[in-house]
Design a protein around this ligand. Structure first.
Ligand SMILES: [Zn+2]
Length: 311
């Protein structure tokens, strides 16, 4: 095993949450259950005969306001904050049981998840974590919106937002490998503009929105202060980005640059990345050279196609 190889992890005991879906307003019970090494993150609808939807790019539903998964006709909505907490805190394998179609919004951040992981603890498993190491740039541009991923060590994120006042322009730059996710990113809450509320409600959205689960902005002020960080908005976009990129199936090793992006741009990047096999390879650590493990032997096609691209 190389110096920087890290074992996969799961939770030491089950964790229960109860709450309201942000968009549906529906009550939901959710239980996180430890899962074996190599199983990844799998959602399970306990109200639909335990129908399972793995959290990967193949199952992304086409919606712009939240990241939802769909397989067949079964939906799991608003998965991004939980996925962000799992990837950000280093939980590789877990089954997520829910008894309704949308995850609970809780306080609008990933903090309740991270606090629960800290409370129960994580268990290291007998398999090394695999990363998607970026070998060449993959970019998505749409008007003034942009997102790209580039080769690099660690998991660097550089996010710029430019919203109407009172948010304005902000940039956040950080690295997920520094272990600061729990303190710098997880507490940042989702937000919305008061003036958009009627339109969104007409669309059947934000039925569960309250002062307790999101930052509400008027044209000139924050309706429910205080903020948790002066730049909480851009930090929440980073939180969302980490959750959406989790749909690549593994943690990314590289640098991500996003400007004025959102869920649709984040998931478009995942899908473009998955299609371009010359843009990445699977790896076990930051420093690995030769790797004779059975997990790598399972993926010769990806590794072979990636070789000529590395310069
Ligand atoms: Zn969010």
């Amino acid at each position: 095993m190389t110096q920087n190889a890290h074992p996969e992890q799961t939770i030491r005991s089950d964790i229960d949450f109860r709450g309201i879906g942000l968009h549906s307003g529906a009550e939901v019970s959710m239980r996180l259950v430890a899962a074996p090494a190599g199983s990844g993150i799998v959602f399970r609808r306990t109200d639909l005969d335990n129908f399972e939807i793995p959290a990967n790019g193949r199952n992304v539903a086409k919606v712009s306001y939240a990241t939802s998964l769909m397989r067949g006709s079964v939906l799991i909505s608003t998965t991004e904050h939980l996925l962000s907490a799992l990837i950000g805190f280093g939980v590789d394998n877990v089954i997520v049981e829910v008894d309704n179609l949308e995850l609970p919004i809780l306080d609008g951040s990933a903090l309740p998840y991270v606090e629960a992981f800290q409370r129960v603890g994580l268990k290291q498993q007998r398999r090394r974590r695999e990363y998607i190491r970026i070998l060449k740039e993959v970019e998505v541009r749409e008007g003034s919106k942009f997102i790209g991923v580039y080769p690099g060590s660690g998991y660097g994120i550089n996010y710029t937002i430019d919203f109407p006042q009172p948010i304005g322009f902000a940039t956040f730059r950080g690295d997920l490998e520094t272990g600061d996710y729990a303190s710098l990113i997880a507490p940042a809450r989702t937000f919305g503009f008061k003036e958009d509320e009627p339109k969104l409600r007409d669309m059947g959205l934000i039925r569960g929105a309250t002062d307790a689960c999101c930052i509400i902005l008027t044209k000139s002020a924050i309706q429910n202060p205080p903020l948790r960080f002066p730049d909480e908005f851009v930090r929440h976009k980073v939180l969302d980005l980490i959750g959406d990129l989790a749909l690549a199936g593994r943690r990314i090793q590289g640098r991500v640059i996003a400007e004025r992006a959102g869920h649709a741009m984040h998931t478009a990047l995942v899908q473009r990345l998955m299609r371009d096999r010359s843009a990445w390879e699977l790896t076990h650590g930051y420093d690995e050279s030769r790797d004779e493990s059975p997990e790598t032997a399972d993926a010769p096609e990806m590794l072979r196609s990636a070789l000529p691209a590395s310069a």
